[in-house]
Design a protein around this ligand. Structure first.
Ligand code: FAD
Length: 538
């Protein structure tokens, strides 16, 4: 007999993990051991366009977790299951073979995963296995906040954020409280000879079909080291430090004593600098938050603690307030994912835009989908490789290709460029991001792409098209970001890298692919958006 915790790809940590904490409490109460399970499902990786970087990051984190769990005498079993539709039965067979009657897991809100969990509960009930599913991904879980006028989930961010802040402030201890760290299996149960060998297994070094080449693997490991402690270092590097409690241990290289926040901390200037890609301005926590290596509630708690905030400010203008407001986007997009399953099925949120015929159409996961005959295959290839000739677009794409991450504004710039200059289907870009980003996350990625393509929740209007050169001045005023990622332009001094005329004159072969700065293709994109299947509001 035991209690099983099924760890998912989005909860790769021990602290502030509701399902693990509950499993551990229940096991203690019943005097039985806890066992942890992780399912590798290559078909789900394919269905979600997960790239090798993300899978490698998951496996690296699992290795750390396995060791941490072993210190608590909790074995971690990793099992590969195919086909994916058999996951519920196979997991329950495994759990049943241990005589286990209770299983705990945190909810994943993607539609395939919700269906899997519904089936899990259906199959488990007749077997007498109780499945307990818990919200753990957000501060305010999906389904709590509704627009008072419609009684439906919010589809606009600002009123969502205001209600989010009001709701959180009314009961901060409920929303931000930390759950108990799992306790060690006690001595009598941890010795169970039958139990451990069956349930303990090695974490594989790779998953077939998702292998990183050696160089990329080294780079990813250096840039994005695994483990909760490392994630906490990243948080503290951004927030600054004051004397921290014991859980943070000695992992505090930037400790500035008990003085608390110093002017050097990036968060202090986040309100002014967050769009700057030429500086280290944002937290770079997204890889850790998207895989759940760090708890979003811990991020909030630590920020509030650091700035001695008693309440969250919905409209505050300080760096910390602005940062908190940005993080709320993550809850917003999770809420959208859970409330509108169509967004995880490749559908536009605004269904009236489903009929747009893009220049290069690739229906997700449909190998037989015919491409549009006038597809801009070369344009797409250039975009992917960072060889469009537009310096800021190329720098951003090469940054993504190089480090699996880029600031938010360059993401918006390249997304708009793909959808509104090249007029290529946003799903093609969404998929490419998922394959390359180490922080690839369906809710935020889909939200960002549909915002840029003007098909999503609270989108920019279809006629709003970023001029990449103006945007370049905004996000890379020094030109350092472009020079770093586009070495062909390194001779150019200052922000001239934003100007097509200057770069064209100076950059020989590279310059020759720079297209002249044309006015945005407004008439073209407008005609897409007024295709017969839509009744345009604009
Ligand atoms: P910070 O500015 O320090 O913000 C802190 C955290 O808040 C982030 O780590 C993230 O968890 C959250 N956050 C901030 N802005 C947003 C936002 N606009 N939407 C959702 N969450 C936000 N984010 C991902 O985590 N995964 C993705 O796959 C992803 N794809 C994107 C695709 C496009 C086209 C766009 C425009 C945005 C995308 N984002 C995605 C959102 C955002 O760009 C990243 O979260 C952010 O750049 C990560 O850097 P950071 O951790 O330094 O952010």
């Amino acid at each position: 007999n035991c209690v099983v915790y099924w760890m998912r790809m989005t909860d790769l940590r021990l602290s502030d993990n509701r399902a693990l904490s509950k499993a551990s409490e229940k096991a203690k109460e019943d005097g039985v051991p806890v066992a942890a399970l992780f399912v590798i499902s290559p078909q789900d990786f394919i269905a979600h366009d997960r790239g090798a970087r993300k899978i490698d990051f998951t496996l690296r984190n699992l290795r750390v977790i396995k060791e941490q769990l072993a210190n608590l005498h909790i074995p971690l079993h990793t099992v590969t299951i195919m086909p994916r539709k058999k996951i519920p039965e196979k997991v329950l067979a495994l759990v049943g073979s241990l005589g286990c009657k209770r299983m705990y897991a945190n909810i994943e809100y993607e539609v395939d995963e919700l269906r899997r969990d519904i089936k899990l509960c259906e199959v488990a009930a007749p077997l007498g296995i109780q499945v307990n599913l818990t919200h753990n991904r957000s501060v305010i879980e999906p389904g709590v906040l509704f627009a008072p006028s419609s009684g439906k989930a919010y589809a606009v961010y600002t009123p969502y954020r205001r209600l989010w802040v009001k709701t959180a402030n009314e009961d901060l201890s409920h929303y931000l409280d930390e759950v108990a760290y799992p306790s060690a299996n006690d001595a009598s149960v941890r010795g169970s000879k039958l139990f451990v060998p069956l349930f303990d297994s090695e974490i594989p070094n790779f998953v077939e079909g998702f292998v990183l080449d050696e160089e990329d693997s080294k780079k990813m490991t250096q840039t994005w080291p695994e483990g909760e402690d490392k994630a906490r270092e990243v948080l503290l590097r951004f927030l600054g430090t004051k004397a921290r409690s014991t859980q943070l241990g000695a992992v505090d290289p930037l400790a500035s004593g008990a003085q608390g926040v110093t002017k050097h901390n990036r968060v202090v200037k986040y309100d002014e600098d967050r769009d700057r890609a030429d500086k280290d301005t944002t937290s770079r926590l997204s890889p850790y938050l998207s895989s759940g290596v760090l708890s979003i509630r811990e991020v909030f708690r630590t920020t509030m603690d650091m700035f001695n905030l008693k309440k969250i400010d919905a409209d505050g203008k300080t760096g910390a307030s602005k940062w908190i407001q940005e993080i709320i986007w993550r809850d917003f997009y999770t809420d959208i994912l859970a409330s509108f399953p169509r967004v995880s099925m490749g559908r536009p949120f605004l269904e009236k835009f489903a009929g747009i015929v893009w220049e290069n159409h690739q229906a997700p996961h449909d190998p037989n989908a015919a491409g549009n005959p006038d597809s801009d295959a070369e344009g797409l290839m250039r975009w992917k490789l960072g060889k469009t000739g537009v310096p800021i677009v190329d720098a951003a794409m090469r940054c993504i290709n190089g480090m699996g991450w880029v600031h938010n504004r360059p993401r918006m710039i390249v997304a708009m460029y793909l959808t509104k200059h090249l007029m290529i289907d946003w799903r093609v870009g969404e998929r490419y991001f998922m394959e390359k980003l180490i922080d690839g996350d369906l809710a935020s990625n889909n939200g960002g792409w549909q915002w840029s393509a003007s098909t999503g929740v609270d989108p920019c209007p279809y006629f709003r098209i970023f001029n990449p050169y103006n945007q370049s001045e905004k996000t890379d005023p020094s030109g350092d970001f472009i020079r770093h990622w586009v070495p062909e332009l390194k001779q150019i001094r200052g922000p001239a890298t934003s100007s097509p005329r200057d770069t064209h004159a100076m950059c020989g072969e590279f310059g020759s692919v720079i297209r002249p700065s044309k006015p945005p293709k407004a008439p073209g994109i407008a005609s897409k958006f007024s295709s017969s299947s839509m009744h345009s509001e604009y």
